[in-house]
Design a protein around this ligand. Structure first.
Ligand SMILES: NC(=O)c1ccc[n+]([C@@H]2O[C@H](COP(=O)([O-])OP(=O)(O)OC[C@H]3O[C@@H](n4cnc5c(N)ncnc54)[C@H](O)[C@@H]3O)[C@@H](O)[C@H]2O)c1
Length: 370
């Protein structure tokens, strides 16, 4: 592997792999050399997209000299055995989320990656969204006061998930918190610190498939966040909303790959100036102004002064698939920089993969106890 080349071998060339690898290939020096895909139609689409051979099995793929990095995009339960095979063959691994479907599997993968000094990450790509950083900088600034509460509502479309899809098979998917919730456990941990699952529920269809889950997580400072995921909706009703409620305002994001953030807040002139400095390009809409005695506000028996009620909007309702592509390229670029130079500080490590699996496993277990 030379400094400007990175040759990818794909394990599982289904829908997401073709989308993600298509974006990785836009980066200089990145190529794809082989795939391992047992399903004939997916293999045909992979060959059409990338013009690469389809090898017989994962062992064959990971032994190839022309593969530097194995990208695994198979159903979740396969991530552990396939990741282990790739690491033991000395390859770097980017694995689709989740890293694994149990804590023990995640730990074994990480130990093996450390022993071999290889990259091992789950593609928790949300951390590469500039909106993630914008939320983090506002929360860390304290300009909205303490965080009090949050929610994530994921009303997801299930039109692409036929009754035979692996998503509904708990042995392959690990169930919804593990297959899907990990993205959001990781994001909220990044914003609020390590959390603890304190309640969790599941709801099933007549056929027994789990299609809705929710849990409450306690974050440092007694901040409770409700995470809901339901795979029940027709296409046009697929929608997501995040909210972080603070003492002097709230932050709202729409779509699960958010492209826009709106802060609704009471601010004095100094706080407004600091927020606009923190968020270059932010649009300020003043909804009300206050003078004299009207500047005094209180909440939680704390008083503060504000000059305005504002909506601060950062970003546009841009095409989320365009943003998704940019995020995938940002992720790959960051991780390749670490492979080439371990002193590079990357945004995600194996810890993100392990911690998000831990939360998801805890939430899943609690649904069974309640
Ligand atoms: N990071 C993200 O935003 C994101 C988005 C979508 C999906 N995903 C993840 O990507 C993974 C794949 O999801 P998908 O939607 O592409 O599913 P998919 O069913 O379209 O693709 C999975 C592919 O794996 C193949 N496969 C099955 N067994 C295999 C084996 N033993 N060896 C090699 N290939 C095998 C299947 O034939 C299929 O083509 C999942 O882990 C999912 O959670 C991540």
């Amino acid at each position: 592997m030379s400094a400007d080349s990175m040759r990818i071998g794909i394990v599982g060339c289904g829908g997401f792999a073709r989308f993600a690898v298509g974006h990785f290939l836009k980066l200089p020096g990145v190529s794809v050399t082989a795939m391992c895909e047992p399903e004939p139609n997916a293999a045909k689409l992979g060959a059409e997209a990338f013009g690469i051979p389809n090898v017989a099995d994962v062992e064959t793929l990971v032994r190839r000299d022309d593969v530097d990095l194995v990208y695994i995009a198979t159903p979740p339960a396969l991530h552990h055995p396939q990741g282990l095979a790739a690491l033991k063959a000395g390859k770097h691994v980017i694995c689709e989320k989740p890293l694994a479907v149990s804590n023990e599997q995640a730990d074994e993968l990480i130990t093996t990656a450390h022993e071999r000094d290889r990259l091992l990450v789950a593609n928790l790509m949300q951390r590469y969204n500039p909106i993630y950083d914008a939320v983090k900088s506002v929360l860390d600034s304290g300009l909205l006061g303490d965080v009090l509460h949050g929610f994530l509502e994921n009303y997801a479309c299930d039109e692409q998930l036929s009754p035979q899809h692996w998503f509904w098979d708990p042995k392959l998917s690990g169930r919804i918190f593990i297959e899907h919730g990990v993205h959001f456990f990781d994001m909220f941990e990044g914003w609020l610190g390590p959390g603890k699952v304190v309640a969790a529920q599941t709801s099933r269809r007549a056929g027994g498939q789990e299609d809705q889950v929710q849990c409450t997580i306690e974050y440092p400072g007694g901040v409770y966040v409700n995470h809901y995921h339901g795979f029940t909706q027709p296409g046009p009703f697929d929608r997501q909303m995040f909210r972080l409620l603070c003492e002097r305002g709230d932050i709202t994001l729409h779509e699960w790959v958010p492209t826009k953030m709106v802060i609704h807040a009471l601010v004095d002139d100094a706080a407004l100036r600091q927020l606009t400095e923190l968020l270059p390009g932010v649009k300020v809409d003043t909804l009300a102004t206050y003078t004299g005695e009207a500047r005094k506000f209180a909440g939680r028996h704390k008083t503060f002064a504000a000059d305005r009620l504002v909506d601060l909007t950062l970003g546009e309702d841009a095409d989320k698939m365009v943003r998704y592509g940019e995020i995938l390229q940002g992720m790959f670029t960051d991780l390749r920089a670490w492979i080439l130079d371990h002193s590079h500080q990357r945004k995600i490590t194996e810890d993100n993969g392990r911690n998000s699996v831990r939360m998801a496993v805890a939430a899943t277990r609690l649904t069974d106890e309640m």
